[in-house]
Design a binder for this molecule. Structure first.
Ligand code: CP
Length: 311
């Protein structure tokens, strides 16, 4: 299949068949991480720049591991030691990096729209590694991959996304991805943390967690994003946890085969109790593991692999 996009900015711009194609490609890359020598020559000679101007543990590391397992040369751009600190603009930075002939730019930014802006500024393909409140498409894909791996399907499942929906790029990518593949998505949180009109993205809304738990096949818990000012939307994190935190008592109301997910980082004791985070229902570390396979597939597809794949 030839993808309709040169850059991956969000799942909103992809068709159902493109998302399914990316998930199928990811499956073929997963076993490489179980080999004694976790390296294949697929992207030998390709250069990938990780342009992260916002902190990240999972996304940055897994993109780097994914690139190295495919034999690409991976360059980690450090914003704090770059000429951004001297006033160089991001677009000038991207143009200068492009002059060094990379094959792919991977962009994480605290501001929504930066990956799209850079994709319009440079000819090099751009992968969005999370931009502000907007989207985190590779997280959405690894969430879909993880649910499909456990449940063997997406269509017909009920997904509850719980917490700080307002500030969450993961929520937006998951709403687009899961609803395009036929799941029923409900976002749950205090009214201050659910943007008005979010139903137009293809989800239902609930301001109460307890009635949603028994119905859900998958519960995606989100962190309160204090670094984006979420503290101003709540009386206190203790109060929030009382109404929207998932603990063992609430989990008793869930289906016996419910999946508990979280994109990380987890604030233990706020959105998830440690007992739930570490329970047998939790697939949080599966999400992290699958992030490597999904990102290997995306590097392959956006570094030219897609041109070699026929429908
Ligand atoms: N899920 C996620 O984006 O985590 P990081 O911020 O650590 O990359």
């Amino acid at each position: 299949m030839k993808l309709s996009v040169k850059s991956l900015i969000g799942l909103s711009g992809l068709s159902r068949s493109e998302i399914e194609f990316m998930l199928e490609q990811s499956e073929s890359f997963k076993e490489i991480s179980y080999r004694p020598i976790k390296k294949v020559p697929t992207l030998r000679g390709k250069t990938i720049i990780n342009l992260f101007i916002e902190p990240s543990t999972r996304t940055r590391t897994s993109f780097e591991i994914a690139g190295k397992r495919l034999s690409a040369d991976v360059i980690n751009f450090s914003a704090s030691s770059s000429s951004l600190t001297k006033g160089e603009t991001l677009t000038d930075t991207a143009k200068n990096l492009e002059a060094m002939k990379p094959d792919l730019l991977i962009v994480r930014s605290q501001a929504a729209g930066v990956p799209e802006l850079l994709s319009r500024t440079v000819a090099t393909p751009v992968l969005n590694a999370g931009d502000g409140f907007h989207e985190h498409p590779t997280q959405g894909l690894l969430d879909l991959f993880t649910v499909r791996e456990h449940k063997k399907k997406i269509a017909g499942l009920k997904l509850a996304i719980v917490g700080d929906i307002y500030h969450s790029r993961v929520a937006r990518s998951d709403i687009y991805g899961f609803s395009k593949l036929g799941a029923e998505v409900t976002v749950v949180g205090p009214p201050t943390m659910i943007p008005s009109g979010i139903e137009q993205l293809g989800c239902k809304v609930s301001y109460h967690l307890d009635p949603v738990i028994p119905e859900a096949d998958v519960i995606m818990m989100l962190r309160i994003q204090l670094e984006r000012g979420a503290g101003n939307f709540l009386p206190s994190t203790r109060e929030y946890s009382r109404f929207y935190g998932l603990n063992l008592k609430r989990l008793e109301q869930a289906k016996k085969d419910v999946l508990i997910m979280h994109p990380g980082p987890v604030n233990r004791g706020v959105e998830l109790s440690p007992e739930v985070a570490d329970s047998s229902y939790s697939v949080i570390l599966d999400q992290v593991e699958n992030g490597v396979a999904v990102r290997m597939a995306l590097l392959y597809l956006f570094c030219g692999g897609a041109d070699e794949v026929s429908a």
